[in-house]
Write a protein that binds this ligand. Structure first.
Ligand SMILES: *Cc1c(COP(=O)(O)O)cnc(C)c1O
Length: 419
């Protein structure tokens, strides 16, 4: 707990003035409320639009207009290679080699696709372990996947639950469940951060336990990408997927990300579903028989690059690069701690569901209000503070460090004090 915090607008303003990342706020568009920028705490649902997006979009429109098919090679960002624009920034954020990441499709599609490679069950090893209360799309994906292979989800999907009366998972309970099912486990697939509680799981330890049980370890990083820097390669994670429209600000429906460890990426025999964009570029346009996958995650590409679904992501990642992922994380830890500190100064009854340990959370606090949850969220919206509400009684706040300030967090506290 940072005891250096103070409950005053001037303290928050001084913190902002001393924050080297404060200038990035002005590089985003904010929804308007009564003629003013709103305060935006919903970057964990849909990130804001960088001001550079319109120009970047215009450039692609012009190149298409002026060059048409030639744009694949001659556009200022040649479309044939558009997906490689992200390798450097994403590999730095994810802690992996540039060839271990790629950008394509959307999250759930990529999850289905990569599980074609990593979930190849037999009668003995067919179970998938996940956290109870996972994001619905992941639940549906796994339920339909095991059915497709002829298994019953009640038997084939193992959900790890919080203990009686608790909301968070204990790492030891996850490890115990993995150990218990070690003879039948094919894949451990968890959300890196639970979307509801904001709990960031111990990825290296859980990954190691999955491997010890003879299973693959895969992660859904929807709420982690652009939020917490990772070390996927070092932690020996087998595969991971994420979307680009939350903290990464890629815009609605932006192309998602995929990580595959190089031991699979560099093995052309590793099973997968292919398409021409994943084929070696040297032979792609020869239109001959015989799929030769590209090295790395790019070998899972299927279709032509979705350029217009990647323009905003490219613009946003340039801001991430400038700001520096580690510096963003440092600010994020402080900003979330300040929010937590201010919440501690109110007299309202509520519970912070998210873990108190900064190492077990990102830029999100989930607040459970036994009374008035919906009314508080409505009053925030009326005061130009955008945050979301999930039944029963939970307000989720995500002070994303690229465009949220200490003053924003203090303003939330001020409005909360009107209750
Ligand atoms: C947001 C989110 C998704 C969304 O999946 P899409 O296929 O991009 O719609 C999936 N999983 C988790 C954990 C999420 O938070």
């Amino acid at each position: 707990m940072n005891t250096a915090f103070e409950t005053s607008a001037s303290f928050a303003q001084n913190r902002d003035a001393a924050d080297v990342l404060n200038g990035f706020k002005s590089r985003f568009h904010f929804p308007q409320h009564e003629g003013k920028d709103t305060i935006y705490f919903c970057g964990n649902s849909l990130g804001l639009q960088a001001r550079s997006v319109a120009g970047a979009m215009q450039q692609e429109l012009e190149d298409w207009q002026n060059m048409a098919v030639e744009g694949y090679f001659r556009a200022r960002n040649p479309w044939l290679y558009y997906q490689y624009n992200f390798s450097e920034t994403l590999s730095a954020m994810m802690g992996c080699g540039e060839e271990e990441v790629t950008v394509m499709n959307t999250l759930t599609v990529n999850l289905h696709l990569i599980l074609q490679s990593f979930y190849r069950p037999d009668k003995q090893r067919y179970r998938i372990l996940m956290e109870a209360g996972a994001f619905p799309s992941d639940q549906y994906a796994l339920e339909t996947l095991v059915r497709l292979h002829g298994f019953n989800p009640d038997d084939a999907i193992i959900e790890v639950h919080p203990r009686e009366g608790e909301k968070l998972l204990h790492t030891e309970d996850i490890l115990a469940a993995i150990h218990q099912h070690r003879d039948s486990l094919a894949v451990v697939l968890m959300g890196g951060i639970n979307y509801y509680t904001g709990q960031f799981y111990d990825m290296p330890v859980i990954t190691a336990a999955a491997h010890e049980a003879g299973a693959y370890a895969g992660w859904d990083l929807a709420h982690v990408a652009g939020n917490i820097p990772l070390e996927l390669h070092k932690w020996d994670v087998d595969f991971a997927v994420w979307c680009s429209y939350k903290y990464l600000n890629g815009g609605p429906g932006a192309a998602g990300g995929l990580y595959v460890h190089e031991r699979f990426g560099n093995d052309p025999q590793f099973p997968r579903l292919g398409g021409w964009w994943g084929n070696d570029e040297k032979t792609r346009f020869k239109m001959e028989k015989g799929f030769i996958p590209r090295n790395g995650a790019a070998g899972w590409q299927i279709s032509t690059a979705q350029v217009f679904n990647m323009v905003a992501l490219k613009a946003s990642l340039e801001l991430f690069r400038e700001a520096g992922t580690q510096r963003l994380r440092e600010k994020s830890v402080q900003l979330t701690a300040y929010l937590e500190y201010l919440l501690g100064q109110t007299k309202l009854p509520f519970e912070v569901i998210t873990p108190k340990d900064p190492q077990q959370r990102g830029a999100q606090l989930s607040l459970y209000f036994p009374q008035n949850g919906k009314a508080i969220q409505t009053r925030m919206m009326e005061n130009g503070i955008i945050c979301d509400y999930r039944e029963p009684g939970v307000i989720r706040l995500a002070p994303a460090p690229l465009y949220c300030s200490y003053s924003d967090v203090f303003r939330f506290y001020e409005v909360l004090q009107t209750f």
